[in-house]
Design a protein around this ligand. Structure first.
Ligand code: B1M
Length: 209
């Protein structure tokens, strides 16, 4: 289908306006929002993730592709919600308390959305209570935490403890990431997984659901 291919290429090529235009065109032609998402946008972001893994694309380019995908998803989102499309899983994700670095976290969120996850983005400087509240209200499959500072990554175990104290730890998987975070740290604090970048965050989230 040429239109799906064009839309896929627009996202890979970081063409935000063209991605929106082609998404609207596909809807005008009677295509289903779910088909547009699965046959074009998700495939595009899979390719972008692979290109990043191979070192063919860098963070700024991945952000722009993610922006194009997000803009197209904004057109589709109300229709997907309306049609009750089964998402791949739900994740509540935020940057931990005291940390306002949200670029990487937003990139991970967008990539997850592109991969078909229902993403609740709690934003930057998210206190442990907010993570707990979101688990109670939204019942996500996964809680995702990001930290960019060696000082703020210390809030990650606090969130895990708060989930335990609220009796919610068994109901969710916990994944973490961010520049100072490592697999060793994830193991130490009892997280279920660590991902070093957005592409592997998607792979990890798929494996945790
Ligand atoms: Co700040 N900052 N910053 N900063 N900043 C760093 C992180 C720093 C390394 C710079 C340096 O000194 N070389 C340093 C941290 C040192 C440390 O603790 N080890 C630092 C510092 C010290 C600070 C301040 C304290 C500076 C000051 O005020 N004295 C201050 C702290 C404020 C606070 O948070 N309370 C501060 C402020 C800021 C700005 C506001 C100016 C801005 C943030 C803007 C924003 O995010 N809205 C900023 C920026 C931009 C940076 C750098 C330059 C870039 C960070 C970034 O966006 N990277 C950074 C230096 C650097 O990294 N070169 C630096 C791009 C992003 C795509 O990568 O976030 O790593 P990243 O995300 C990756 C992976 O980590 C992973 O996937 C992402 C995509 O591949 N990932 C996950 C991230 N979250 C994940 C979650 C997952 C899985 C994977 O699962 C849930």
């Amino acid at each position: 289908m040429a239109l799906y291919e064009d839309l896929k290429v627009a996202v890979i090529d970081m063409e935000v306006e063209r991605a929106v235009e082609l998404t609207k065109k596909a809807l005008d032609e009677g295509k289903k929002a779910e088909d547009i998402m699965n046959s074009s946008l998700v495939l595009a972001m899979d390719i972008v993730g692979e290109q990043y893994d191979k070192g063919e694309k860098y963070v700024p380019e991945m952000l722009l592709s993610a922006k194009a995908m997000k803009a197209a998803m904004e057109v589709l989102h109300p229709l997907l919600v309306e049609s009750g499309v089964e998402m791949r899983g739900k994740i509540a994700i935020g940057t931990v308390e005291g940390d306002l670095h949200d670029i990487g976290q937003n990139l991970v969120s967008m990539m997850l959305e592109g991969a078909g996850f229902d993403v609740i983005n709690l934003g930057a400087e998210t206190p442990a209570d907010t993570f707990v509240q979101s688990v109670k209200e939204n019942k996500p499959d996964i809680v995702g935490m990001s930290a960019l500072l060696t000082t703020t990554m210390l809030h990650m175990p606090e969130v895990i403890d708060a989930l335990k104290q609220a009796g919610l730890r068994d109901q969710v998987k916990v994944m973490i990431g961010g520049a100072p975070v490592t697999q060793e740290y994830a193991d130490k604090i009892g997280a279920d997984g660590y991902a070093p970048d957005a592409a592997s965050a998607v792979k990890l989230a798929k494996s945790l659901c």
